[in-house]
Design a protein around this ligand. Structure first.
Ligand code: GAL
Length: 422
């Protein structure tokens, strides 16, 4: 009987939990003054950056409360799925995080986000963001998101002490050199490279393609003009396979932070990851750049900045559109960007932000980002170069590739799916 009762109670509880909204508004009276902001920044460092911006927003908007509806999981792996179901149910947050590029373009085409060109004009923003970035958030001349930062994806992370202990002079300049190093690293009983969940493997794939093909051919992969089944791409994919064979994929890390933990601890020598790792290592793990860890462009990509940009939107159906606009003003402001980015481990999207606030690796990153000689390309794993339909097909094909190791089949599938998803 108790069992039966408990079962019923369990069902009622479950029903109640499912019926709960993802956030709990404070009270009916205050609801009009709440704005729900959705992201995937729940980890230390990134959450600190978000909090700093939220505090500034609330100070500038007395009486307004920001509801932080962040969902954990690197690269939005969980957040994007939950957001998709909310958008489908016409229950959007008041503003949500999207990457500049084709990931955002999908939302524009399906009418999920509103045109905010007027806000750009009112705030004078067209003059303060780099034109190349504006192009990634503009469709048919209209603007649809506010970029808060610039991240770099093509970085390799290592612990200089580990390299010294292994007698390795420096991080590999090419993937061929990485394979050479891997042989001696293995002989010394360590793992050459750490990977995490599927999105980190896709992130690695893009950096190997970039390093092996160079920026011109890499860019043409995304508009179908570099043939996926051409010999150089097949060779690059074969390199990816050999690189993965030197990784801990059989016991991969749970997310990007544990990847960096393995590098910091010295059990694994390298990780390829974006510069959000910098705030994790310095602010959370209290490690010192160039002493406890160091960073280099991923093999074969010196002088190239594989960029991505976190941006915020005004969804169609936002219940507090005016407050959401004010949040976007915060995201696009110099104050907001300079509070957020030093904590987040990214550089400001605005060209007129205060460079003196960025030190250590971030000062170097900002110089390189702003250097006209730097070659800028977009990230696959973080929404810039492929729309969601093709990107999802690449995920599926990559999953199979990792099981079967069939380079030709993977290349053919990616090429076919590009055409099918046009
Ligand atoms: C990226 C995002 C970064 C960071 C990273 C790891 O997609 O743009 O801001 O959150 O994922 O989660």
């Amino acid at each position: 009987m108790w069992q039966g009762r408990l079962g019923t109670i369990g069902l009622i509880l479950a029903a109640a939990i499912f019926a709960l909204p993802l956030y709990a508004p404070t009270s009916g009276a205050n609801r009009a003054n709440q704005v729900e902001v959705y992201s995937w920044w729940t980890g230390p460092g990134e959450e600190d950056g978000l909090r700093a911006m939220v505090a500034d927003f609330e100070a500038k908007n007395p009486g307004v409360r920001l509801i932080n509806a962040a969902v954990s999981g690197g690269a939005g792996s969980n957040a994007k799925a939950i957001l998709a179901s909310r958008l489908l149910a016409n229950d959007p947050p008041d503003s949500y995080q999207r990457h500049a590029g084709l990931e955002l373009a999908d939302d524009v085409r399906s009418g999920k986000v509103r045109d905010i060109t007027a806000l750009y004009e009112e705030q004078g923003w067209k003059k303060v963001f780099p034109q190349g970035l504006l192009d990634k958030i503009t469709i048919d001349g209209r603007l649809y998101a506010v970029p808060v930062n610039i991240h770099r994806a093509n970085l390799i992370w290592y612990n200089p002490r580990t390299l010294r202990a292994l007698g390795i002079a420096g991080p590999p300049g090419t993937w061929t050199e990485f394979l050479r190093q891997a042989t001696s690293i293995r002989a010394a009983g360590r793992v050459p490279l750490t990977v995490g969940p599927a999105w980190t493997q896709k992130h690695l794939l893009e950096t190997v393609l970039l390093g092996e093909l160079g920026p011109d051919s890499y860019e043409r992969l995304w508009d179908g003009t570099t043939g996926w089944t051409s010999p150089p791409v097949l060779d690059a994919l074969d390199m990816f396979k050999r690189v993965l064979a030197q990784s801990d994929i059989a016991s991969s890390a749970a997310d990007w932070q544990p990847q960096l933990d393995r590098v910091a601890a010295g059990s694994t020598v390298y990780a390829v990851m974006g510069d959000w790792s910098y705030s994790y290592l310095t602010l959370t793990k209290k490690l010192v750049w160039q002493r406890d860890f160091d960073i280099a462009p991923s093999p074969g990509t010196r002088g190239v900045y594989d960029f991505l940009s976190d941006s915020f939107t005004l969804p169609t159906g936002s219940r507090h559109a005016d407050l959401a606009r004010r949040w976007l003003v915060e995201c696009g402001s110099i104050a907001g960007q300079d509070l957020f980015n030093p904590r987040k481990g990214s550089v400001p999207a605005r060209t007129d932000a205060n460079a003196s606030l960025y030190d250590g690796y971030l000062a170097a990153a900002l110089r390189e980002w702003r250097d006209p000689r730097t070659r800028i390309v977009g990230s696959l794993a973080h929404g810039v170069t492929a729309d969601n339909a093709w990107s999802a097909e690449i995920d599926t094909a990559l999953g199979l590739f990792l099981q079967e190791g069939d380079v030709g089949k993977f290349a053919r599938t990616v090429a076919e799916k590009y055409l099918e998803t046009r």
